[in-house]
Design a protein around this ligand. Structure first.
Ligand code: KG4
Ligand code: ZN
Length: 331
């Protein structure tokens, strides 16, 4: 008999519900983005996000089940993100998932959102298993991880301040590109000269695999203050080139240090065309970018992670599992 996993993701501003057959086949992956609600504030407002998850989640669940052609009674396992993320939004999805599992008398697995991102690759590339180096780059996170096996992680480096996507969003805002600004900045950069501005490449010369993007953003702030007539496309292209230089160099350095020839890139910033171009052109390295809808926040990756943890590692979580807004990938 087939195994059906119901996955729920509500850690930030996407309400997402997915159904998987036998852990790898996506039957549905519904994503309701709230970005339009937060745009006028220039960032996610936690309370607004929580309330909208409450409003949308039941409909997203129904739609995911309908699209999969299933009923609640067909579900074998329920998984939901328990952290990291915003506490209110996490609480909504987690409580809903636990209630469904309890009512159906089925097992429940709490999923770490960062591990979930890695499972986008598990879904899409079953023939390229670990070991690999994972670059997780999103609006909330920037980290390099050695994945020895699914479930076995070592964090090699992370950001000391802003996440890469956060830097894209802040600089994009300065350039009047709205929120989130990553995709618009990427597009604008195509018309600009990446060498127009001499911007710093933070922490590039140190041996470490840590990141820092706050200073780069500040350099752009000062440049715009002193150059009222700045060419916006040049600013976008130069900023993007600086971020991509650092991401690429540190990722290659991590692979070299660990003697690993396979790299995966996940999270919203994996959509960046320049990052893709630069990493995919690397010789002697196998690089994977999952398709876009699996890179940005979605419940299919969460369901896949829950399925793996339950079926391969025997994990089931108690119903008193609380949201952990600040949890990292490893303890
Ligand atoms: O993974 P994601 O959907 O949500 C988080 O978990 O944060 O990532 C969203 C982030 C935003 O900061 C957005 O600006 C950025 O990904 N992003 C991009 C691009 N598309 C989305 N950044 C750079 N270039 C892009 N093409
Ligand atoms: Zn994410």
């Amino acid at each position: 008999m087939a195994h059906y996993t119901l996955g729920i993701e509500t850690s930030c501003d996407e309400t997402s519900v997915a159904v998987l057959r036998d852990g790898r086949e996506i039957l549905s992956n519904i994503v309701y983005s709230q970005a339009h609600l937060h745009e006028k504030y220039g960032g996610v407002v936690p309370e607004v996000a929580s309330r909208n998850h409450i409003k949308k989640l039941p409909f997203a669940v129904k739609e995911a089940l309908d699209q999969a052609g299933l009923d609640f009674s067909d579900i074998s396992l329920v998984g939901a993100t328990y952290g990291p993320g915003l506490v209110g939004p996490l609480l909504v999805g987690l409580s809903y998932a636990k209630a469904v599992a309890y009512a159906l008398n089925k097992p429940f697995v709490g999923v770490n959102h960062l591990e979930g991102h890695i499972f986008a690759h598990y879904l899409e590339n079953p023939d390229a298993p670990p070991p690999f180096v994972a670059l997780i780059v999103s609006g909330g996170h920037t980290l390099l991880v050695e994945v020895r096996a699914y479930g076995e992680y070592e964090i090699l480096g992370e950001t000391r301040d802003d996440a890469a996507g956060e830097a894209f969003d802040k600089v994009g805002k300065l350039l009047g590109l709205g929120y989130p600004a990553g995709a618009a900045l990427d597009k604008l950069a195509r018309q600009g000269n990446p060498k127009a501005l001499a911007l710093p490449r933070p922490m590039l010369d140190s041996d470490s695999l840590e990141f820092s993007f706050a200073g780069l953003k500040t350099a752009v702030v000062y440049y715009l203050r002193d150059h009222a007539d700045a060419n916006r496309a040049d600013v976008a292209a130069s900023f993007q080139e600086a971020v991509v230089d650092v991401l690429v160099e540190k990722t290659l350095r991590a692979a070299r240090q660990r003697n690993i020839k396979r790299v995966i890139v996940v999270g919203g910033v994996a959509a960046n065309s320049r990052l893709r171009e630069r990493l995919l052109s690397q010789k002697n390295l196998q690089v994977f970018f999952p398709k876009m809808e699996l890179c940005t926040d979605n419940a299919a990756m969460i369901a896949a992670c829950a399925y793996f943890r339950h079926t391969q590692l025997g994990q089931s979580d108690p119903f008193d599992l609380a949201p952990q807004p600040g949890v990292n990938l490893t303890p």
